[in-house]
Design a protein around this ligand. Sequence first.
Ligand SMILES: NC(=O)c1ccc[n+]([C@@H]2O[C@H](COP(=O)([O-])OP(=O)(O)OC[C@H]3O[C@@H](n4cnc5c(N)ncnc54)[C@H](OP(=O)(O)O)[C@@H]3O)[C@@H](O)[C@H]2O)c1
Length: 267
Amino acid sequence: MSNHTVPAPLAATGEDPLARFRVDGRVAVITGASSGLGAHLARLLSSAGARVVLAARREAPLKELAAQLPGSLAVPCDVTLAADRERLVRTVSEEFGAIDILVNNAGLSQTVPAEQHTVESFSEIVAVNLTAVFALSTAVGTGMLERGRGSIVNIASIYGMVASGSLPQAAYTASKGGVVNLTRELAAEWGARGVRVNALCPGWFWSEMTESMLGTDKGRSWVERRTPMRRAGQLDELDGALLFLASDASSYVTGASVPVDGGYLAL
Ligand SMILES: NC(=O)c1ccc[n+]([C@@H]2O[C@H](COP(=O)([O-])OP(=O)(O)OC[C@H]3O[C@@H](n4cnc5c(N)ncnc54)[C@H](OP(=O)(O)O)[C@@H]3O)[C@@H](O)[C@H]2O)c1
């Protein structure tokens, strides 16, 4: 038997089903919140009621975003550094208390043929995309396990499920594949103790990371040819899946990897 609280059935409470997607008063940490998906997801969680903690290396964009989100906190953090991760968890605990939601979004990519990928650059990408996800999930997960509740959402990728083919990026696909199975592992280990761990697997979305592809006719048409919906996604098309996974709306979902990809993985 699990030791965590099971939400009361909606029929018994008469609650608005949409209320379960809200995260009012929850403390949510988002890594890689200085740009792209992370900044967008931080805005989203804030507008759904969370007190958000913005973490990334670049302090200026974090502070700029924090100034726009009431009750938020910017904590500069390199997720690959143990001292930074410890400071992040300590600062949140001192300022906000317990962490309810962790979004592991920080990530790096590099397009290079495998035979030219150096072990150093491979390791650098794995350190951000996979090792730091493990390290922060366990650092934050320990407190969640003590309280018997918490939701971790790992931003993986369609390239955690399939290879990227003619756009060679071995470290990226290996690390994201690792995130997908780490998500399953943590979910399996922690499921009975109230901590849910899921992954969101975006297809192609505009960001600093994808600018070199989506910003050129050749790159954009490469993406469109491989995507059944024949276009890249808009950031707000991630909102439903992220709120679902972060909130009590997904109270019986753990270990899942949810694609938001215009059908990319259907092919
Ligand atoms: N855009 C897409 O189409 C797409 C598709 C699938 C998955 N994803 C995933 O979505 C996530 C966000 O990517 P994005 O597209 O939004 O790209 P992005 O704009 O380049 O954002 C990457 C973020 O990661 C942060 N970051 C990188 N290294 C870090 C480190 N060592 N410590 C802390 N933060 C670090 C960056 O902040 P600082 O530079 O300030 O540290 C930045 O905020 C990534 O995990 C990516 O793999 C994106």
